[in-house]
Design a protein around this ligand. Structure first.
Ligand code: PHE
Length: 336
C-alpha cells in the first residue's frame, strides 16, 4: 500500500526525473523487481496472494510510467519550440541570382512589350522549311552555308535551328497582320568556341508586319531599343548587308560601351559591336507564309542576347556565361 501511494504521487518534469522513476519502479533492479525476486522465499500457500498483490503494484507502476512519459514529452517539446527565435536572421543561407543572360532577355522583352510586341516561341529542332526554305534560302544555294548547321536527319532535313527567324515563319503561317512579335530562344551553329562565339547561343527575333511598314519604322524601333537598353548616349549604325529573307538588309552595330571607342577586344578596336541583323521582310517570305505581299510589308531583326549582355555588363568573354563559375555568377546577385 505504501508503494502504491508513492507511485500515485510520483511526478516527473524532466527526462532525468523520468529515468529516476524508471529505476525505482520499472527496471529489473527496481523495488518491484526485488519483490518478484523475493517470491521464492514466500511460503507456498501465500505465493498466490503475494503474486497478485505484486502484479497489481507492477501494473499501477507501468500505467503511471506511461502517463509520466507523456507529460515529460509535452513539457520538453514546449521548451524546444519556445527556444527558437523565428525573428532571428538566418545564417549561411545562399540566395541565388538571376543569370545575366536571363536578366538581359527579360529586359529586352520588357522594352519591346511596352511598344506593343507580344511573345512567341518555336521549337529548337526545326525542319528545313521553317529554318531555310520558307525564308527564301534557295535549294543548294551557298547562302545555306552562311550558317554552319547541325543536322539531325537528312532527306527530309531536320536540324537544330540556326536562328530564331524560323519562328517568324511559324507566326506568319498562323496569324494574320498586324503582327508585332518578339521571339527569344536558343540557336545552334557548328562554330569553334572562342571569346566571341559559341556553338550554342541565344537570339531574339523581332517581326512587324502590317500595312505601310517601312525601313524608317525599323530604324526608329531599334534606336528606341538601343537607348532603352544601353542608355541615351548609345549610337546605332546600320551597315548594308545580305540575308535571303530580307531586302534591303542591314547589320546593326552599337557603339562599344566597353572601351568607348578607345579600342578593345570586343570591338576589335573599331569602336562598334555588331549585335545582329535586320531588314524588310522579303516579299517572297510573306508569300511563302500565306500573307498578301501586295497589301502588307514588314520588318524583321535578329539580335544576339550574349552580345547585348556582354555590352551591358562589360563581359569580355562569352564562355563565362556557360561555365557556371560561381565567382562570375555571384556578381549578378544584385539583379535579383
Ligand atoms: N537570322 C539572322 C541571323 O541569325 C538575323 C536576322 C534576323 C537578319 C531577321 C534579318 C532579319 O544572322
Amino acid at each position: 500500500e505504501a508503494l502504491k501511494s508513492e507511485i500515485s504521487k510520483a511526478e516527473a518534469n524532466t527526462k532525468e526525473e523520468l529515468e529516476a522513476y524508471r529505476m525505482r519502479f520499472i527496471s529489473k533492479k527496481s523495488v518491484i523487481g526485488d519483490l518478484f525476486s523475493a517470491m521464492k522465499e514466500i511460503p507456498n500457500d501465500q505465493k498466490r496472494e503475494f503474486g497478485q498483490l505484486v502484479n497489481s503494484v507492477k501494473q499501477l507502476a507501468e500505467e503511471k510510467f506511461k502517463e509520466l512519459i507523456e507529460t515529460v514529452n509535452a513539457k520538453t517539446q514546449k521548451a524546444k519550440s519556445s527556444d527558437i527565435d523565428l525573428t532571428l536572421p538566418p545564417t549561411n543561407v545562399e540566395v541565388g541570382g538571376i543569370h545575366p543572360l536571363t536578366a538581359t532577355k527579360q529586359r529586352i522583352i520588357e522594352i519591346f512589350e511596352r511598344i506593343g510586341f507580344n511573345l512567341s516561341e518555336g521549337p529548337e529542332i526545326e525542319d528545313d522549311w521553317h529554318n531555310f526554305t520558307a525564308l527564301n534560302f534557295p535549294e543548294n544555294h551557298p547562302a545555306r552555308e552562311m550558317q554552319d548547321t547541325f543536322f539531325i536527319e537528312k532527306n527530309p532535313d531536320i536540324a537544330l535551328r540556326t536562328h530564331t527567324s524560323s519562328v517568324q515563319v511559324r507566326v506568319m503561317e498562323n496569324q494574320k497582320p498586324p503582327i508585332r512579335t518578339l521571339s527569344p530562344g536558343r540557336v545552334f551553329r557548328n562554330e569553334a568556341i572562342s571569346a566571341r562565339a559559341h556553338c550554342i547561343f541565344h537570339q531574339v527575333e523581332g517581326l512587324y508586319v502590317d500595312e505601310n511598314v517601312g525601313f524608317a519604322d525599323l530604324k526608329q524601333t531599334l534606336y528606341h531599343f538601343a537607348k532603352e537598353m544601353f542608355g541615351k548616349e548609345t549610337k546605332v549604325r546600320f551597315r548594308p548587308s545580305y540575308f535571303p529573307f530580307t531586302e534591303p538588309s542591314a547589320e546593326i552595330d552599337i557603339s562599344c560601351l566597353l572601351c568607348k571607342g578607345k579600342g578593345c577586344n570586343i570591338c576589335k578596336g573599331t569602336g562598334w559591336v555588331e549585335i545582329g541583323g535586320a531588314g524588310m521582310v522579303d516579299p517572297n517570305v510573306l508569300e511563302n507564309c500565306g500573307i498578301d505581299n501586295q497589301k502588307y510589308t514588314g520588318f524583321a531583326f535578329g539580335m544576339g542576347i550574349e552580345r547585348i549582355a556582354m555590352l551591358k555588363y562589360q563581359i569580355k568573354d562569352l564562355r563565362l556565361f556557360t561555365e557556371n563559375d560561381i565567382r562570375f555568377l555571384k556578381q549578378f546577385k544584385p539583379l535579383l
